[in-house]
Ligand binder design. Structure first.
Ligand SMILES: C[S@@+](CC[C@H](N)C(=O)[O-])C[C@H]1O[C@@H](n2cnc3c(N)ncnc32)[C@H](O)[C@@H]1O
Length: 200
């Protein structure tokens, strides 16, 4: 893995900046899952948002399009995905609304108690051996009143319910209370969102 910051903000980040890729000519494909995720979070113009595991940066585009004074920082440990996300969001990065980082979530440097919304869509760290330190880290990065949104996509309602329940328990073990759990259907799959906030 070769990682670095692809678009950075002076307040956030301690990695080496690298040249940005050329803008893509490919049309942006937005899945129902990404659209639902961003609508569910009701991103406000001044939100400070962190996305963990941004993949190709589709949700970054949708979030950044809603921001004015707010910003989104998006991280993905895959160099290929982070580069695609930076390419897709070049205009938002240049405008200072978005920063794409290529890094593992946990060791990267972020301002504490800063983010009003942290989210992840289909990122396995919540289900495959999430460590205490990772979830604790998320709690420490949330501003007072901030929320963590964990989105998952499963083939059936049974799988989706089991996944959402496991996520609620995981968050509860790490000092979050679940505000709401919601679900919808998209492209023949069931999408869920567990929304938590730290117990202060
Ligand atoms: C299944 S993809 C989902 C991508 C995007 N969120 C979406 O819904 O299309 C999961 C992404 O999370 C990234 N990822 C998984 N664990 C991560 C971690 N600990 N830190 C940073 N990125 C991570 C992977 O590299 C991958 O791009």
């Amino acid at each position: 893995m070769s990682c670095s910051v692809l678009g950075r903000h002076p307040d956030v980040g301690d990695c080496e900046a690298v040249p940005r890729p050329q803008p893509s000519t490919r049309p942006a494909v937005v899945s129902p899952r990404q659209r639902w995720a961003v609508e569910t979070m009701a991103v406000a113009p001044d939100d400070q948002v962190l996305e963990i595991g941004c993949g190709r940066g589709t949700a970054v585009s949708l979030v950044a399009g809603r921001l004015t004074s707010g910003r989104i920082v998006a991280v993905d440990r895959s160099a290929a995905m982070a580069r695609l996300a930076a390419e897709r969001n070049e205009a938002h990065v240049n405008a200072g609304r978005a920063e794409i980082r290529c890094a593992e979530f946990e060791p990267a440097d972020y301002p504490p108690a800063h983010f009003t919304k942290i989210f992840a869509v289909n990122v396995s760290l919540f289900w495959l051996g999430a460590t205490t330190s990772q979830i604790d880290r998320m709690r420490g990065l949330l501003a007072p009143g901030g929320r963590l949104y964990v989105f998952g996509e499963r083939p059936t309602s049974v799988h989706a319910t089991a996944n959402a329940t496991a996520t609620e328990r995981l968050l509860a073990r790490h000092g979050f209370t679940t505000i709401t759990t919601t679900a919808t259907r998209g492209q023949g799959r069931v999408l869920t969102c567990v929304t938590g906030t730290p117990v202060r």
